[in-house]
Design a binder for this molecule. Structure first.
Ligand code: ZN
Length: 131
């Protein structure tokens, strides 16, 4: 399936507009879209795409972002404190990356991402015994 073309760098916004991000995705762009079934993501229900840490800038509303952490507190989940929309998170599986809410990207209808693959969040890579 052909992924939609949207302007780069991408602009991402929460629902109320208090928070605005500028995002450059990792190689692979929108094809990095994943859902996750860990106890948090299954409730959030968002599709995340990947950006390197230096590929994301908060243009507006840094003071409106709330941080949620749980479990090992490695991942940092950010959401708008006004409208509640998840914007991005610093990953636990790869702390050098952010996951960005695909549906918050300007010009992208998440339906156009088709069948999005699932990450195995129940059996998180960081929880598997070392070999
Ligand atoms: Zn908002």
């Amino acid at each position: 399936m052909t992924l939609p073309e949207i302007t780069r760098p991408h602009r991402a916004t929460c629902h109320c507009g208090a928070v605005e991000l500028e995002v450059s995705l990792v190689e692979g762009g929108l094809s990095t879209a994943r859902r996750c079934d860990c106890s948090y993501c299954r409730r959030r229900g968002a599709i995340a795409v990947s950006a390197p840490l230096d590929g994301l800038r908060v243009i507006r509303g840094a003071d409106k972002l709330s941080l949620y952490q749980w479990g090992t507190k490695t991942a940092k989940h950010y959401f708008c404190s006004v409208c509640g929309i998840y914007t991005h998170h610093q990953r636990r599986s790869n702390p050098n990356e952010y996951g960005v809410n695909a549906a918050s990207l300007d010009g992208l209808n998440p339906r156009d991402l088709g069948d999005v693959k699932w990450s195995d969040g129940v059996n998180h890579p960081s929880d598997r015994p070392a070999r």
